[in-house]
Write a protein of this length. Structure first.
Ligand code: ADP
Length: 258
């Protein structure tokens, strides 16, 4: 450990025969995982509940170590990088992200030190710019009323936008998004994520897609079934494979997007 990260080069991640189980004797949450994510790719991760999507993300971010096999960043095992340095590469929005009873700007910066221009730009990008301008104290406006009498309440959809703004503000080479299942209606969700996907620019983006909303604009879809990666291809390829899991998942949800 302690080795320096490669400089500004675009990063490739490769999983080789990765396995993971939550505790001895537990079922394998992931097994036999082989997958390469190239710089700038957009990957949607799909599969039923409990299929291993979140576990995969947690291993990539090194919240857990693989029990077997290895994950390589630019050809080197991720365990051989300094953990804190490695984790700086990832900007992650989990479903249970928190918005705090703190000023708006601090929520976006995830810090008390706020670059105002940058925070405003990120809010603008996620469609919160006008709302921010109209707030009584702009970026210094407290969210919620717990800590300030003139704090403002925000909706679930707005909280989601703030979480996205926070991810953009961090400006890491990998953006990972665990899409919400409830805060937005499916059409608004599709609009927000396709826009976000453009904002991500040349970063690598990985979306855990519960309602498959991002699968259509991603380069590839990774489909997990009971801990195994069973399909990996474009939306168009997978949706034509009538024997595959993706076909069934997609058709079960297509009604949302008609
Ligand atoms: P998904 O994100 O696709 O819903 P997960 O990766 O969360 O799936 O879960 C994969 C498997 O691992 C499931 O069988 C789940 O019950 C199990 N699992 C997930 N998290 C834990 C945990 N913290 N402790 C024990 N088992 C877990």
């Amino acid at each position: 450990t302690g080795a320096l990260l490669p400089g500004e080069q675009p990063h490739t991640i490769e999983c080789r025969d990765v396995e993971f189980q939550y505790g001895d004797g537990a079922e394998f949450a992931l097994r036999g995982l082989n997958l390469t994510i190239r710089p700038g790719e957009r990957i949607a991760v799909a599969g039923e509940n409990g299929s291993g999507k979140t576990t995969f993300i947690k291993l990539l971010c090194r919240l857990y170590d693989a029990a077997a096999g290895e994950i390589l960043l630019d050809g080197k095992n991720i365990r051989d990088y300094d953990q804190a340095e490695y984790q700086k590469l990832f900007s992650v929005v989990f479903q249970d992200f928190q918005i705090f009873s703190l000023p708006l700007g601090e929520n976006v910066a995830a810090s008390a030190a706020v670059d105002g221009a940058k925070a405003r730009a990120c809010l603008e990008q996620v469609g919160f710019g006008l709302r921010c301008e109209k707030l009584p104290h702009g970026l210094e406006t407290y969210l919620y009323r717990d800590c300030s009498e003139d704090g403002v309440e925000i909706s679930g959809g707005e909280a989601q936008k703030l979480a996205l703004a926070r991810a953009l503000y961090k400006d890491a080479p990998f953006i990972i998004l665990d899409e919400p299942t409830a805060a937005l209606d499916p059409i608004a969700e599709f609009a927000l994520y396709s826009r976000f996907n453009e904002l991500v620019g040349d970063k690598t983006a990985i979306y855990i897609s519960h309602r498959l909303s991002s699968c259509r604009f991603c380069d590839k879809v990774a489909v997990f079934e009971r801990g195994r990666l069973t399909q990996f291809g474009t939306h168009e390829e997978l949706v034509r494979d009538e024997q595959g899991k993706y076909f069934a998942l997609w058709n079960a949800q297509a009604k949302y997007y008609v």
